[in-house]
Ligand binder design. Structure first.
Ligand code: FAD
Ligand code: PYC
Length: 447
């Protein structure tokens, strides 16, 4: 075989070792760097019967020590690790996850992405996140299916009209592209909507044309793959059970896989933030409550924007599979069950049927819940803590999926440099100082 044909054969079918291995999609196919996903990779794998794909991330045993440990492999934890490596060159990092990565709220949400918040610090971090979603697939070399199909928040009372007009003006000053649109424009964009509802006619809407959705699992998987590619260790089935300190300084964690030392600790565990804070000896102003969602049977495409109806406590979009993805308000009491109470979905569907009468004929296929971490002002915490070198990122409540890249960016900067302009206002001490960032309206979900 000539040198040229040897190179071409290698490029198409891989090396001798790769060829003829019956189950090559197996744990021993791990290289130091991931192969890039591309049209060429698909063609190459097609030519060798798809025997050459490697696992998307490695599953190593924990080392004794890391420069930084992130607790929680949800979107926010994984994004924090990714930007620690990408933006700050900190790659000796472990991400510890008690279950499986993306199995918390990151894999349970309804994937709405928007940045139409009222207060300046919120608009800054959510718009940073939204803009990072625009290029995330290219950045991570992983298709996260970002779909900027447009998000509208219906105004169904005079009070909401005033509120959303105010937000549109604030967004104009913040450089966030939104507008207040008429009921007729709403009907043009969403032909299946009933704008003359008996109790809650549609009086207009706050419209963000570059808002939309993305595939939630893919966001977690894409970040995980990129972290693993940088040499970081993602350790699943590894619950953190204690925070170890030397005086007031964090020195490591106890886990179900043993003690692991670190210089810096980032806690990014959403609804379990209070539990981790308790391990470190401080308290957080976080309440954990269940938030539910449900999907219908798949139907033909009928709605190509996201609609949120906050007065009636319901929102809806259509997935790429055709299911109507529906959600409503959070449970009214604290709990840790990933289920939620039945009367909430009943109320949500009853309310949405008024605005979308056609959904009364749909069968609902499945329902689930997640534990959301709520602060009093409905804004997140990205903060140092009373323990030196321990940082916390939580309080994203009902709306943190959209924030994942911006939050990871800010948390990584805070951990690496000790401060981040995007995180400055979101300290945990704002609750003691009365410097609230009130987003109870923009949070978009009743709670
Ligand atoms: P998670 O994804 O929950 O990750 C935290 C991880 O920490 C978990 O995997 C958990 O297992 C792990 N963990 C906890 N304790 C420990 C421990 N001791 N040791 C190790 N690991 C631990 N947001 C939007 O922007 N748009 C939406 O449309 C939207 N819809 C939603 C619908 C529902 C039904 C729900 C429940 C939420 C919704 N959200 C939405 C909110 C969004 O899902 C969350 O804000 C976001 O996913 C939080 O991500 P996270 O990474 O902080 O948390
Ligand atoms: O924050 O946009 C949001 C949202 C929608 C559904 C749940 N949260």
């Amino acid at each position: 075989m000539s040198q040229v044909s040897r190179v071409v054969t290698h490029w198409i079918v891989g090396n001798e070792q790769d060829r003829g291995i019956p189950n090559a999609y197996s744990k021993n196919r791990i290289r130091n760097h991931m192969r890039r996903y591309s049209a060429f990779a698909i063609a190459r794998e097609g030519a060798r019967y798809h025997t050459g794909w490697e696992r998307a991330w490695k599953s190593p045993a924990p080392k004794k020590r890391y420069d930084a440990i992130i607790v929680g492999a949800g979107g926010h934890g994984l994004a924090t690790a990714y930007y620690l490596g990408k933006n700050h060159g900190i790659k000796n990092v472990a991400i510890l996850e008690k279950g499986w990565l993306g199995g918390g709220n990151t894999g349970r949400n309804t994937t709405i992405i928007r940045s139409n918040y009222l207060q300046d610090p919120s608009a800054a971090i959510y718009e940073k996140a939204r803009s990072l979603y625009e290029t995330m697939s290219q950045d991570l070399n992983y298709n996260v299916m970002f779909s900027p199909r447009g998000v509208m928040m219906l105004a169904q009372t005079e009070h909401e009209i005033r509120g959303y007009e105010r937000t549109a003006h604030a967004n104009a000053l913040q450089g966030v592209a939104t507008e207040f649109i008429s009921p007729q424009r709403v009907k043009e964009l969403v032909p299946i909507i009933n704008i003359h509802g008996p109790r809650y006619p549609v009086l207009g809407a706050l419209w963000q044309p570059r808002g939309g959705t993305a595939r939630h699992d893919a966001v977690a998987w894409g970040y995980a793959r990129a972290c693993s590619d940088m040499g970081m260790d993602i350790i699943q089935q590894c619950e953190v059970t204690g925070v170890r300190r030397d005086g007031n300084k964090v020195i490591g964690v106890d886990t179900t896989k043993g003690k692991i030392d670190c210089d810096k600790l980032g806690v990014v565990v959403a609804g379990h933030s209070g539990v981790l804070a308790d391990m470190a000896g401080f308290r957080l102003p976080i309440e954990s409550v269940a938030l539910q969602a449900l999907v219908s049977e798949p139907i033909k495409p009928c709605m190509d924007v996201v609609v949120m109806a906050n007065t009636v406590h319901g929102y809806m979009s259509q997935s790429d599979k055709g299911e109507m993805v529906i959600g409503g308000g959070a449970d009214g009491y604290n709990n840790y069950t990933q289920r939620g109470s039945f009367h909430h979905i009943e109320e949500t569907v009853r309310a949405l049927v008024e605005t979308f009468p056609m959904i009364s004929r749909l069968k609902m296929l499945r329902q689930w819940g997640g534990i959301v971490d709520m602060t009093g002002d409905r804004s997140p915490i990205i903060s140092r803590t009373p323990v030196e070198n321990m940082f916390i990122n939580c309080g994203w409540g009902t709306g943190g999926f959209k924030a994942i890249p911006g939050s990871g960016w800010a948390m990584a900067e805070l951990m690496a440099k000790g401060a981040s302009p995007l995180a400055d206002e979101f300290t945990m001490w704002r609750f003691g100082e009365g410097k609230f960032i009130d987003e109870s309206v923009a949070a978009g979900v009743a709670h």
